[in-house]
Structure formats: C-alpha cells, structure tokens
Design a protein around this ligand. Structure first.
Ligand code: 5RP
Length: 224
C-alpha cells in the first residue's frame, strides 16, 4: 500500500517535467518512480538533461535512458524533484535518510523550482520525528558527535561499527531531537560546527510537495 502511495506521488510529479528542461533528480524509493516515469517519457520522445544527486540515481537514470550532466556544467536547473523524510506545515524538510543530503541540497540550491514527493506518513506539524541526518568528516568524528549532542540531540553514527560512507567519502550522524521548533536557527548552528559538512534541514527550498494519500495525490504549495 505504501509503495502505491509513493508511486502515485512520484509519477504525478514527473508530469511537471517538460521537453527541453534541465532537471535535478533526487534520491530514494519515492523519486525512483519519478525517474522511471521520466525514462518512459524520454523513450516516447521527450528531450531532457538531468543532474543526479547520488551514484544510485545516476545508475538508475542512465539505465532509463535519461541524458545526464553534472552540476559544474549547468548554471541553474529548471526543476528538481526529490524525496524527503519529513515535511512540516511550512514545507521545511528533513532529508538524508538515503545519505545523499549534501548533493541533494546543492542541487536544490541551484534549481529554480523544487518539488518534493512523499507518501502521507512523512507529513508532520513540527519536524523532529525523524532523526536529523548530519554529514560530518571522518577526522575527529567522535568529538564532532559529542559537540552535536550539546545542541539537545542524541547522535548515532549511521552504520555503527561499519559506518555508512556517503558518496563524498564522509560519515552520517543521525541526530534525534525531541522536536525541531526553530529549524533555520538549528541549521545555522549545526553548520557552524567545524567537521560538519552539511545537515539535512532543507529550509524554504521546497516550492511544492506531492503527497501520495489513500485518496490520491494531494499537492501542498509553499506560501512564498
Ligand atoms: C536521501 C533522501 C531521500 O529523499 C529521503 O530519504 C526519502 O527517501 P524515500 O523516498 O526512500 O523515503 O533524502 O538522502
């Protein structure tokens, strides 16, 4: 059932991609359906060029016959479609469950428009149900984690004894907060810690969220 909700959201968002667009492709099991749908649209004649946000997405998009480029080669992307782990009532997000938050945030930053695809379980009033992923460098990782705990969270190194390594060669620390009432402030605080590369709070980047619900796809729009 959840898979069906991911599929309807992912496929509906693909309809927003038009011929000639430069498109950012997110990472995860929901946006996978967007990418598969785009592959079908490309096979039917649509011409797009895409920037993937992870090696996994790069492989999938290539297998689907989607033309790829890199962030270096583009100025601004027309549209990025990506998933999220949690979405609040202001369309602020927690991302990074799949470990691709750094590239995802860079691609979102260089996109004119960002659409998020989720199933209805991801919607919450205030962020914090999902542990916030933070990408950190390996050097001094345990020390960085102790510092992060001083901001009111319990940090856990993803993968534990066999740490998960991001596409950028870094670690991910999952930081469980009780609730994140001031996401913008927290994001700045975390990114100011030396050793932190980027955190999974996406503030003001999502313009629309396609939510797969039992009653079809609901579209949430940013108030900006
Ligand atoms: C990867 C992400 C994903 O977009 C996020 O984890 C959602 O993934 P899924 O659609 O599989 O639940 O941020 O870094």
């Amino acid at each position: 059932m959840i898979e069906e909700l991911k599929k309807i959201a992912g496929e509906a968002a693909a309809e927003r991609v038009k011929d000639g667009m430069l498109v950012g492709l997110g990472t995860g099991s929901t946006v996978k359906y967007t990418i598969l749908k785009l592959g079908q649209m490309v096979s039917e004649g649509m011409d797009i060029v895409a920037v993937p946000t992870s090696r996994d997405t790069e492989r999938l998009a290539r297998d689907c016959g989607i033309k790829l480029t890199t962030l270096e080669e583009v100025d601004m992307l027309d549209l990025t479609i990506d998933g999220a782990d949690e979405v609040d009532s202001n369309l602020n997000l927690i991302k990074g469950g799949g470990g691709a938050l750094l590239r995802e945030k860079m691609v979102a930053y260089y996109s004119r428009y960002e659409i998020i695809v989720v199933d209805e379980r991801k919607i919450s009033h205030t962020l914090g149900s999902f542990a916030l992923p933070v990408e950190i460098v390996k050097f001094g990782a345990r020390r960085t984690m102790r510092r992060l705990s001083e901001f009111g969270c319990s940090p856990a190194l993803r993968g534990g004894e066999k740490p998960f390594i991001t596409d950028n060669g870094n670690y991910i620390v999952d930081c469980k907060f009780e609730s994140i009432t001031e996401p913008e402030k927290l994001s700045t605080t975390l990114n100011n810690v030396p050793g932190v590369v980027e955190n999974g709070l996406f503030i003001g980047l999502a313009k629309e969220v396609y939510v797969g619900t039992k009653n079809g796809v609901k579209i949430l729009k940013s108030r900006e």
